[in-house]
Design a protein around this ligand. Structure first.
Ligand code: AMP
Length: 217
């Protein structure tokens, strides 16, 4: 099974993707995570991507497609993948379709995380991540038991530099300008399913479980 999670920044895609990937034994392929890892490792690709990410702009399609292709090349075809935050443009969607077809794969379902813009900045600015294990938290909606510390390993909870209100506004603009075009793109291919991403985390998880249950076979 190959799934795509599509939606604006702050919609909760990453939180839900971690759960679904674990439950369905899918590889969680989040281009944002891959790009942040490339920046941390100071690879040429990471250095090129950094300026775009700091500004809240989309990284050029060619760079993103290269990093996804390299990741897919390392996986057996039988290994299902959950694409999180990718594709974000029609060119990326076309690149993905070609990459999958070349490997005898296809997308089974695209889940649209539907949420009103008004919620997004509040969601993103409260977001924190464990510096050790990457587990996501939210100061308001999913607080840790001890302030500033991960429940699992006690690691420090850090904030992403692009989760500021100012950068979020630009990221939402990029979503509306480019990524929202993928809704009619996937709808016309009969792949799009919608969930109410403004609901509570556990309710969204239940809705998702119902949606992806059919895709096992
Ligand atoms: P995310 O972690 O998905 O919120 O992504 C963080 C940032 O990484 C975005 O604001 C973009 O600058 C960049 N990025 C991640 N995925 C993509 C993508 N598929 N296409 C272009 N830029 C991306």
């Amino acid at each position: 099974m190959n799934l795509v999670f599509l939606g604006p920044p702050g919609a909760g895609k990453g939180t839900q993707a971690k759960r679904v990937a674990e439950a369905k034994q899918l590889v969680h392929l989040a281009t944002g995570d891959l790009l942040r890892a490339a920046i941390k490792d100071a690879t040429p690709l990471g250095l090129e991507a950094k300026g775009y990410m700091d500004r809240g702009s989309l990284v050029p399609d060619e760079l993103v497609l290269r990093i996804v292709d390299a990741t897919l090349a390392a996986l057996p075809v039988s290994q299902g993948v959950l694409f999180d935050g990718f594709p974000r443009t029609v060119a990326q969607a076309e690149g993905l379709a070609a990459m999958l077809a070349a490997r005898g794969r296809k997308i089974d379902r695209v889940v649209f995380f539907d949420i009103h813009d008004a919620h997004l900045i509040r969601r993103a600015t409260g977001r924190r991540t464990c510096a050790v294990c990457g587990r996501p938290y939210h100061l308001e909606f999913q607080p840790p038991r001890v302030a500033g510390r991960c429940d699992v390993d006690g690691g420090e909870l850090v904030q992403r530099s692009d989760d500021s209100a100012e950068t979020m506004t630009r990221r939402i603009g990029a979503y509306q300008g480019d990524t929202a075009k993928l809704l009619p793109y996937y709808e016309s291919r009969g792949l799009l399913a919608r969930i109410d991403a403004a609901a509570q985390i556990d309710d969204v998880a239940r809705a998702l479980a119902g949606l992806v249950r059919g895709g096992d076979g």
